[in-house]
Design a protein around this ligand. Structure first.
Ligand code: IMP
Ligand code: MG
Length: 188
């Protein structure tokens, strides 16, 4: 697997440091009395599958009462290297009526996922919906999509690792990396 890596964009140490900063910022923003409407609790919703590692690391550094809901969205099915449009595949949210929801995603690319999921949570009665992405690609569609927390700005390249996949491989790489062309062909 190591031989498939073209270059390391963000090392696991840098990720860990930034996740700690994001957790501190999110904790401060959701500690009463700074919570909107005097609310106290948040429901954190990772967008599966890509956000599962980021979310696991993040929430263990947020010392607040939180609940977890799950959404599964697919945008890069199989060996796609460009978004095929975001499709909701699964939902295990419980009752989010009146809850302050924080969406967690691995990467902001076309913005299709956020634009699909934010209205859905509002329709389900969430009191507020914020979003946090680990990575944001340097492309207009990503910059124009409103999110509340961004971990890193990255070039408009296809990346894997730390939860992000190519054809469902490489999620277990600890760094964020680009892949060599041979690996992309072999795992297609
Ligand atoms: P968007 O809906 O186009 O903003 O893309 C968000 C989703 O597409 C992410 O949650 C990822 O699952 C997937 N995605 C976007 N860019 C990449 C990438 O470079 N590598 C792996 N998955 C990606
Ligand atoms: Mg995803």
């Amino acid at each position: 697997m190591q031989g498939d890596i073209e270059r390391v964009l963000i090392s696991q140490d840098r990720i860990a440091r930034r996740v700690r900063e994001l957790a501190e910022q999110i904790t401060a923003d959701h500690t009463p009395p700074r919570m909107p409407d005097g609310g106290e609790e948040i429901t954190i919703v990772p967008i599966l599958t890509g956000a599962f590692i980021f979310c696991g690391d993040l929430i263990r550094q947020i010392p607040l009462p939180i609940q977890i809901g799950l959404l599964t969205v697919s945008s890069y099915p199989g060996s796609s290297l460009r978004t095929q449009g975001s499709q909701l595949l699964g939902k295990q949210l419980g009752d989010v009526r009146g809850h302050h929801v924080l969406l967690i995603d691995d990467i902001l690319d076309s913005g299709g996922t956020i634009k699909l999921v934010v209205p859905l949570l509002k329709e389900l009665g969430a009191a507020s919906v914020k979003s946090c992405v680990l990575l944001r690609k340097d492309r207009p569609a990503a910059k124009e999509t409103v999110v509340d927390y961004v971990g890193f700005e990255i070039p408009d390249e296809f990346v894997v690792g730390y939860g992000l996949d190519y054809n469902n491989y490489y999620r277990n790489l600890p760094d964020i990396v680009t892949l060599r062309a041979e690996a992309i062909e072999r795992k297609a």
